[in-house]
Design a binder for this molecule. Structure first.
Ligand code: ADE
Length: 232
């Protein structure tokens, strides 16, 4: 296995670069890729920046230029379900681009010519990641498995979230990159998993909650969960 690890922001990957054995850095396409060993796993870590295009180009580069065989995305998300609380983690079963709509040519959410609106994750990798997450979480924080929606929008308004939830009732969390990584991995045949810690409720307080959570908690989660994953 050569594992690609993507996060959008530095806080979502804090500590991982320091944990890397024999690291070497390479700049390509305005991103810095750090290759080395993480707890004996050959790894390449990179920050994608925010949004679907940024994530897609990063995932494709990891595969085509850095020869990764598996990809994990770790970061934060807004909750899209009452049962999913700040501090919980969602490990995706499938991902949809909630802002994709080529209707009436194709059904809403369907990615043309793939026949899919929900991109399935790699089951084995995602199971391993959710076990690593469960082992890490403390107190009453929970791991959820289900649908994550991605779009080029920071969701910060309850009415917007409700309209997404009406169209995608199984939605557990919203973020801005996962489904793009999913499409790239689907098209290139690369197993992948997406893990998101809930930072906010995608409502009017989302921006404040997000900023606070990313700085104080997100980094601890990514490091702890990836460490458990690599050691398992
Ligand atoms: N990432 C974290 N919180 C988010 C939100 N509310 N909308 C989109 N992406 C997010």
């Amino acid at each position: 296995m050569r594992l690609g690890i993507i996060s959008a922001l530095a806080e979502e990957q804090q500590g991982l670069l320091e944990a890397m054995e024999s690291p070497y850095k390479l700049i390509h396409g305005k991103r810095e890729y750090t290759a080395g060993k993480l707890w004996k796993i050959d790894s390449v870590a990179v920050l994608s920046r925010i949004g679907k295009v940024a994530a897609a180009v990063t995932a494709a580069t990891l595969v085509e230029k850095f020869d990764v065989t598996h990809i994990i995305f770790t970061g934060v998300a807004g909750s899209a379900d009452l049962g999913v609380r700040v501090g919980d983690v969602v490990v995706a079963d499938s991902l949809a681009q909630h802002d994709f709509d080529a209707s009436p040519l194709f059904p809403r959410f369907e990615i043309p010519l793939t026949g899919l609106s929900h991109m399935p994750v790699d089951r084995e990798l995602s199971l391993k990641l959710s076990l690593a997450t469960r082992e890490f979480l403390q107190n009453d924080a929970q791991v959820h498995r289900g649908l994550i929606g991605s779009g080029d929008q920071f969701i910060k308004d309850k009415a917007h979230l409700m309209s997404l939830k009406e169209a995608l009732p199984d939605l557990l969390a919203v973020e801005m990159e996962g489904a793009a990584v999913a499409q790239v991995c689907h098209e290139l045949g690369v197993p992948f998993a997406i893990m998101r810690t809930i930072s906010d409720n995608a409502n009017e307080e989302a921006a404040t909650d997000f900023m606070q959570f990313v700085q104080t908690v997100a980094s601890r989660y990514a490091f702890g969960i990836i460490q458990n994953f690599c050691k398992s």
